[in-house]
Design a protein around this ligand. Structure first.
Ligand SMILES: NC(=O)c1ccc[n+]([C@@H]2O[C@H](COP(=O)([O-])OP(=O)(O)OC[C@H]3O[C@@H](n4cnc5c(N)ncnc54)[C@H](O)[C@@H]3O)[C@@H](O)[C@H]2O)c1
Length: 327
């Protein structure tokens, strides 16, 4: 049975472990803090039992079968033995990641794929100390990866196409939805798009154009409704009778005018930012109890949405006429 090593047993390491065992891989979970990987397995057991009870467990295997695939390790060499794929999930620090990959490369064979979960570091930085960089890539998940299936595959300039293909196949096998960046770029795709949304939302609130509560509704009850199923490109293509070219003929100039009216990058730490912090905390008090309750609510809603999207995929898998014009 193929083995995946997960390095780091925090929030993302635990989630990756759950995703990989749900797809039938044997997972060796390692943390350099003795006992932490074992604690993570106990936590995963609890979560899998709850997910099974709620009938939202991922993959074809029962919770006990999935748990039988999972082991915890305090020793890196043992955790890497037999692995064909290594998913690194340690702190978001260049120094820590570089030192982990230096150690990992010493302990694994040349064909083993080295994959990092980094959110903000580009592959050419993360893998600068690795000798054979053709087998390196970033596989960036979206939190929480168990419910949000997108994973961005980002190559190092030296990454072999076969490695990108292999990572794509692994992610597809475990039920994630991989997308490929053709080249590395700061923020990859998710965080670049997210930063654009954050910036304009922040500017509009700061300029007194809209409240915090209402800008969030713009996404959750407006744009987000369709973005859960179709992206911005398809949205435009469908929003004019003759498709995207027609859409741009009608709206392209207006979009350009709006883009030119966007202000500079907001200062998230200015005195003006203080009132935004206060407004957010009035809606959701900034204490553990309220934040946990809202996080649980988010995860519950994401489970429902993930289920709906799965039904949608199952329907799409049924035979249908493709490639014909809707008109
Ligand atoms: N949290 C998110 O929303 C999110 C989303 C996508 C990607 N990521 C990325 O995933 C990675 C992990 O983030 P997280 O939120 O799980 O962090 P975390 O702090 O919850 O967990 C990090 C774990 O790594 C362990 N660790 C630290 N140094 C180590 C080492 N040298 N060897 C082995 N284990 C070590 C720590 O003990 C800890 O258990 C980061 O690169 C982060 O940017 C996080």
């Amino acid at each position: 049975m193929e083995v995946v090593s997960v390095i780091g047993s925090g929030l993302i390491g635990r989630s990756w472990a759950m995703v990989f065992i749900s797809g039938g891989y044997r997972v060796k979970l390692y943390d350099n803090q003795p006992g932490l990987a074992a604690k993570a397995v106990t936590e995963i057991r609890k979560q899998l039992e709850e997910l099974e009870e709620a009938r939202v467990l991922r993959g074809p295997l029962a919770a006990t079968q999935q748990l039988a695939l999972l082991g915890h390790y305090d020793d890196l060499a043992q955790a890497l033995e037999g692995a064909f794929f290594v998913q690194e999930c340690v702190f978001e620090s260049l120094e820590v990641k570089r030192s982990v990959f230096r150690d990992v490369e010493r302990l694994v064979g040349g064909g083993v794929i080295l994959s990092s979960s980094t959110s903000c570091l580009v592959p050419s930085n993360v893998f600068s100390t690795v000798q054979n960089r053709s087998r390196c890539l970033v596989s960036h998940p979206v939190n929480p990866p168990y419910y949000v299936k997108l994973v961005e595959l980002v190559p190092h300039p030296d990454t072999a196409d076969t490695v990108m293909d292999a990572a794509h196949a692994v992610m597809t096998k475990v039920g994630q939805v991989p997308v490929r960046l053709k080249k590395e770029v700061d923020g990859f795709a998710v965080n670049r798009v997210q930063a654009a949304i954050i910036a304009e939302s922040w500017r509009m609130v700061q300029d007194g154009l809209i409240s915090v509560e209402d800008i969030d509704l713009v996404m959750s009850e407006g744009l987000g409704m369709r973005y859960a199923f179709i992206g911005p490109m398809e949205t435009m293509h469908l929003n004019a009778p003759e498709g995207l070219r027609d859409y741009m003929k009608r709206y392209g100039e207006g979009i350009g005018r709006l883009l030119n009216s966007f202000g500079p990058v907001p200062d998230f730490f200015s005195a003006g930012a203080e009132s935004i912090y206060n407004e957010v905390c009035e809606l959701i008090p900034n204490d553990r109890q309220h934040l946990s309750a809202r996080t649980e609510r988010r995860d519950r809603l994401l489970v429902g949405l993930a289920r709906l999207k799965q039904e949608h995929r199952d329907q799409q898998a049924e035979p249908e006429v493709v490639g014909t014009s809707a008109r």
